[in-house]
Write a protein that binds this ligand. Structure first.
Ligand code: KG4
Ligand code: ZN
Length: 337
């Protein structure tokens, strides 16, 4: 069974083909980072226009390169939300047009379900339940994943997402948007000598808050951000503070649930320092950790194709049947069944 995945929720145009028998057949991504970098953030209208321009050529190229014909496809999975409304509509429209004209069932996937299941793209032995730390540009959540379609939010951010905090701090340090990856490279040359706050670390919930940390980083750059060396020290201090909070709350979630398996997914899961700290503690506590392959940490369509395949295979997918809508705001728990 072959599932076509389409992802257009934000600033990546992506397509993928996943086979139940062979695994990932192929995938392709076009990143709009260069388009938005000059504005210091994603411009929604430009994102939609770029998706319109690139989605069809990207799909044609993938079909050609994988020697796949549209009638070979058994199911189409597209990102229905959350994300930018106009951007989501581009993927949803193509998915539904193909579905109606070729009579292929089409299903809308929750973007975060894609991230949550992304480690399965390389760890087929991963067992559920697991706790997931989902850290991306728009979300920071601790989720208990019992099985496909059963998600319980254990903790959430009250303000900025972890990736957003990385991006805003990177901007303060004069780095290009989106900045998270560049900040982590800069941090490698610095010493974490500044004591930044660890917001909500001792709060009894598993929630996060990062806006205070960002403000503290702002004050620090005003005071010391006058040389490459000081900027590297600020980057290292910020990275250490945010990693401390994410790591400690994650292991607290594991302690509280008694679950011994951890998934770390979303763009920020590509961060080396975070990976290192989590691996270190997991080893000591005998917790199995699974990260998606690096190329599937940030937005991609392989995870959407995979989530679609799992939903379709277990009979829990609701095909669109010719009418569709997108859901720019869509709580993860509302997709439980
Ligand atoms: O999952 P993703 O591609 O998009 C969303 O669904 O939001 O995540 C993008 C976020 C950005 O904020 C980016 O700066 C961050 O992930 N990111 C990183 C790293 N690579 C990407 N943050 C810290 N360290 C990295 N190496
Ligand atoms: Zn994402």
């Amino acid at each position: 069974m072959i599932t076509l995945g389409i992802e257009t929720s934000c600033d990546e145009t992506a397509v993928a083909l996943y086979s139940g028998e062979q695994g990932l057949i192929g995938h392709d991504i076009h990143s709009q980072v260069a388009l938005h970098a000059q504005y210091g953030g994603v411009v929604p209208e430009l994102a939609s226009r770029d998706h319109i321009k690139l989605l069809l050529p990207l799909l044609s190229k993938l079909l050609r390169e994988t020697n796949t014909k549209i009638p070979d496809i058994d199911c189409i999975a597209y990102t229905k939300g959350p994300g930018l409304a106009g951007a989501l509509l581009v993927g949803a429209s193509l998915a539904n047009s193909l579905s109606i004209s070729m009579q292929i069932p089409c299903i809308g996937i929750h973007h975060l379900e894609g991230h949550l299941l992304s480690p399965f793209l390389s760890h087929s032995s991963l067992e559920m339940p697991f706790v997931a730390l989902l850290v991306s540009g728009g979300h920071t959540q601790l989720v208990q994943v019992n099985e496909v379609g059963s998600y319980r939010i254990l903790g959430d951010t009250l303000d900025d997402a972890a990736g957003e905090a990385f991006d805003k701090t990177a901007k303060l340090l004069g780095l290009n948007y989106p900045g998270g990856a560049e900040l982590s490279l800069l941090a490698e040359h610095g010493i974490p000598k500044y004591d930044l706050p660890r917001p909500m670390l001792n709060h009894k919930t598993l929630n996060f808050s990062f806006s205070g940390l960002k403000t503290a980083a702002l004050l620090l750059t005003k005071k010391h951000g006058d040389s490459e060396k000081n900027n590297a020290d600020i980057a290292a201090s910020f990275q250490k503070a945010i990693t401390d909070v994410l790591t400690r709350k994650t292991f607290r979630a594991l302690d509280q649930t008694g679950i011994k398996s951890l998934v770390v997914a979303g763009g920020v899961s590509a961060n080396n320092h975070l990976r290192h700290q989590i691996n270190l503690i997991a080893k000591r506590k005998n917790i199995k950790v699974h990260f998606p392959p690096l190329e599937f940490c940030t937005d991609n369509a392989a995870m959407i194709a995979y989530a679609g395949y799992r939903r379709w295979a277990n009979g829990s997918a609701n095909p669109d049947n010719g009418s569709f809508s997108v859901k720019p705001r869509w709580p993860l728990e509302s997709i439980n069944y």
